[in-house]
Design a protein around this ligand. Structure first.
Ligand code: AMP
Ligand code: GLY
Length: 426
């Protein structure tokens, strides 16, 4: 098969690496790609916002499957254009991508189908939102409705903070994404990420993970896209997976199919494991980044076969098998992240750092004059397998320490929650 991968981050490098391992792969193309992806794919200079140009490329190169990594092209309708042109695509339609593109859309769907989630109200003006906040008090959660690159959520511990978040949102802090907002009850519990491959009707469980969103050790400091992750999340017991499928994923799939907008692609549920069972915090319509990296390290099956089956509506007879080992990834970021990262610092020693059971995925690198440099906030994902999360972590940090990149930093405590659990249980 000829496959075209859209995206340029560590998630897409992991997808390229795993797709390249498929005996069914003839040729892999990627746009825009990155220097890590270039080891597995031909990089194509193509404007991915120009959906007709993407479709034309697919016809010219006889592409059998397009795999879309990030959410923005999906919300913008890339999958619709490709499907209309008869091209198989892994990723949802714009209508189904509203699960990530509009928090209010998802909350209303949960409401209609009795899917457990925090109680909420939607607002399009500050006075009504503030009156509601004064009635509810803190802690409370304020969310810009649209895509805000992970920055649109305020978990307000005081009423003053909550009121400020409402003003910021309606004053344009998140652009058009903040024209509407959702205010929801604060949920208490441990968070976990749960993934399913979906083909419109069938949802196939595709692993669990936990990530670290804060930039600082001990989960402190500003939010980021994720500073590290591990899989599996032991907190997601088989009973919790069953409850999540029955009360959250399956009603979502049925609800969207009934509305004429079936979901295909990867459904990523952000869950809060509360005393009353799992509740949906949010949906994403793509793999997590860096969660994808740890999932794919553990996947035994052929990713290409699974993604093509999802695209073709053929998931029902499929299963996914996983290695017994755990995987953990440490994000190395450029100094300044998550503010303004310093670009251009040289990176060396990647070949020596990788090895059996250790993969270094490129997230924000560039090749300049034959050398590798930092070109983004999150730059490398140092990913390792191990018999336990603790062992995977040891191997990942051993690799981190072999990388020669004075311009980068990472958290030293990725996996602490899972390791505390392993120590306690073991
Ligand atoms: P989101 O972008 O919706 O994933 O939200 C970002 C983070 O805010 C989540 O990972 C949670 O840590 C937190 N969060 C979101 N909604 C709630 C909620 N209702 N209660 C408590 N924490 C929340
Ligand atoms: N790591 C969180 C995300 O991909 O949304």
């Amino acid at each position: 098969m000829n496959v075209f991968l859209i995206g340029s981050g560590g998630r897409e490098h992991a997808l390229a690496w795993k797709l390249a391992a498929s005996p069914l792969l003839k040729k892999l193309y990627a746009a825009p790609g990155n220097p890590g992806i270039a080891a597995h794919a031909d990089l194509v200079a193509l404007d991915i916002d120009d959906h007709d140009a993407v479709a034309a490329f697919c016809r010219n190169r006889r592409i059998d499957l397009v795999v879309v990594g990030p959410e923005a092209p999906l919300v913008a309708g890339l999958a619709d254009t490709l499907r209309a042109a008869g091209i198989a695509v892994f990723g949802p339609s714009a209508a189904a991508a509203q699960l990530e593109g509009s928090k209010g859309f998802t909350k209303d769907l949960c409401d209609r189908h009795a899917i457990p989630t925090a109680a909420y109200r939607r607002f399009n003006n500050a006075p009504k939102a503030k009156a509601y906040l004064r009635e509810k008090g803190a802690p409370i959660v304020i969310k810009a409705d649209g895509l805000a690159a992970g920055k649109g959520v305020t978990v307000a511990m005081t009423l003053a903070e909550a009121l400020e978040a409402v003003d910021a949102c309606f004053e344009g802090a998140f652009g058009a994404a903040g024209a509407e907002l959702v205010i929801e009850d604060f949920l208490e519990g441990e968070e976990a990420s749960f993934f399913c491959l979906c083909d419109g009707t069938t949802a196939l469980p595709f692993g669990t993970a936990q990530d670290h969103k804060r930039v600082g050790e001990g989960d402190t400091g500003p939010n980021t896209g994720g500073m590290g992750a591990y899989s599996p999340a032991a907190v997601m017991t088989p009973d919790l997976v069953e409850a999540t499928m029955r009360t959250i994923i399956e009603p979502t799939m049925r609800g969207l199919a009934e509305a004429g907008t079936p979901f295909s692609g990867v459904l990523y549920a952000g869950l809060m494991l509360t005393r009353d069972g799992p509740k949906l915090i949010e949906y994403n319509v793509r793999f997590g980044d860096p969660e994808c990296q740890v999932l794919l390290m553990r996947l035994e099956d052929d990713l290409l076969v699974l993604l093509k089956a999802a695209a073709d509506g053929q998931l029902a007879p499929m299963s996914a098998r996983w290695r017994d080992e755990a995987a953990l990834t440490v994000v190395m970021a450029a100094r300044g992240y998550p503010g303004t990262p310093e670009k251009g610092s040289p990176i060396a020693g990647l070949e020596a750092a990788a090895g059996e059971g250790v993969e270094i995925f490129h997230a924000g690198t560039a090749q300049v004059d034959g050398g590798l440099v930092a070109a983004g906030g999150r730059v490398l994902n140092v990913t390792a397998l191990g018999a336990s999360v603790a062992e995977a972590r040891e191997r990942a940090y051993a690799a981190v320490d072999r990388i020669d990149w004075p311009g980068g930093f990472c958290r030293r405590d990725i996996g602490w929650r899972a390791i505390a659990r392993e120590t306690h249980d073991g």
